[in-house]
Design a protein around this ligand. Structure first.
Ligand SMILES: *[C@@H]1O[C@H](CO)[C@@H](O)[C@H](O)[C@H]1NC(C)=O
Ligand SMILES: *[C@@H]1O[C@H](CO)[C@@H](O)[C@H](O)[C@H]1NC(C)=O
Ligand SMILES: *[C@@H]1O[C@H](CO)[C@@H](O)[C@H](O)[C@H]1NC(C)=O
Length: 251
C-alpha cells in the first residue's frame, strides 16, 4: 500500500475520504410544527427551534448512544434557566439529563461495528409527532404522526401530552420489569396508532438497523401529522452531507 509516506497530503487533497473513515454522524433536527419546539439531544445540549428552523448536530465519533426529543411551552431567561410544560430537564435550556415525561423520543445506538440501531420510543409517553429518517435510502423511515394527545385515554392524560402507562401505574405489569411481558390494554393504545414506535419495553420489532455511516433526519411534526400542519417538508437529506464536506474543507 503506497500512500503512507504522503499520508497528510492525501487527506488534505481528499477531505471527503477522511469523512468516510471517521464515520462521524450528523443529525439534522427539523421543526415542522406550527409552534416552537425546544429540542434536546443527549449528548448535544438543547436549542430553541422556531417553526421551520433546523439544528444541524455533528456527533463525536465515539458517540454510542444519543437521545433526541422536543420540549413544549417553555420559558427561559437570558441565562438559559427556565421551565417547560413537557420534556423539561432540570430547568436548563442546554439539557444535560433525561427530561420529564411525557416525551416522544428518537434514540440512536452505535454500540456495534458496522451497524446503527435507531428507533422512536413511546416508553416515556408522547408529546410531539416525530419522524426518524436515515439518509441511506435502503433503511426504513419511521414515524409516529397520530393525534395521540387528543385521543389519549383519560387515565394517561396530562398537560401537553399523553403518559405511558408505566409512568402512571409504576408496576411490573405496565413497566415490563420481568422481561417476558407483552403488549397491554393501555400500551396497545400507542401500538395501534404508532406501530413503528416502541410501545412497551420488549417491543423489539420496532428497533430498526442501518449500516454505520448514515446520517439522520429527526423531524418534529412530519408530513402527515395530526392535526395537519402548515410547514412544507425540508430539503432532501443530502443537504446535510454537503455541509459535512464543506465543514471539513474549512478545517
Ligand atoms: C432557575 O429557575 C428555577 C425556577 O424555574 C429557580 O428555582 C432557580 O433558582 C433558577 N436558577 C438560577 C441559577 O437562576
Ligand atoms: C414469564 O413467562 C412464564 C412462561 O410463560 C410464566 O410462567 C411466568 O409467570 C412469566 N413471568 C412473569 C413475571 O410474567
Ligand atoms: C445503506 O444501508 C444498507 C443496509 O443497511 C447497506 O447494505 C448499505 O451498504 C448502506 N449504504 C451506504 C452507502 O452506506
Amino acid at each position: 500500500m503506497g500512500f503512507s509516506p504522503n499520508f497528510p497530503t492525501f487527506f488534505f487533497l481528499f477531505p471527503s475520504i477522511f469523512f468516510w473513515l471517521s464515520r462521524a454522524t450528523t443529525f439534522e433536527i427539523i421543526n415542522q410544527c406550527s409552534y416552537t419546539v425546544w429540542a434536546v439531544a443527549l449528548p448535544g445540549g438543547g436549542r430553541q427551534l422556531n417553526p421551520g428552523e433546523t439544528w444541524l448536530l455533528n456527533m463525536a465519533d465515539d458517540t454510542v448512544y444519543c437521545r433526541i426529543w422536543g420540549r413544549t411551552n417553555c420559558i427561559f431567561d437570558e441565562t438559559g434557566n427556565g421551565s417547560c410544560e413537557t420534556g423539561d430537564c432540570n430547568n436548563q435550556l442546554s439539557c444535560q439529563n433525561y427530561g420529564s415525561s411525557p416525551v416522544t423520543v428518537a434514540e440512536y445506538e452505535a454500540r456495534y461495528v458496522g451497524v446503527n440501531f435507531y428507533y422512536l420510543s413511546l416508553l416515556d409517553g408522547f408529546n410531539i409527532p416525530m419522524e426518524f429518517k436515515p439518509n441511506n435510502r435502503s433503511c426504513r423511515e419511521i414515524k409516529c404522526t397520530a393525534d395521540i394527545n387528543r385521543e389519549c385515554p383519560t387515565v394517561l392524560r396530562t398537560a401537553g401530552g399523553c403518559n405511558h402507562p408505566c409512568t402512571v401505574f409504576k408496576n411490573d405489569f405496565y413497566c415490563c420489569t420481568y422481561g417476558n411481558c407483552t403488549v397491554t390494554d393501555l400500551s396497545n393504545f400507542f401500538m395501534t396508532r404508532c406501530p413503528d414506535a416502541y410501545s412497551f419495553a420488549l417491543d423489539y420489532s420496532t428497533k430498526f438497523t442501518c449500516a454505520s455511516g448514515s446520517n439522520y433526519g429527526v423531524v418534529f411534526c412530519p408530513l402527515g401529522s395530526s392535526p395537519s400542519l402548515v410547514f412544507p417538508p425540508p430539503p432532501p437529506p443530502h443537504a446535510s452531507f454537503a455541509h459535512m464536506c464543506i465543514r471539513i474543507i474549512m478545517i
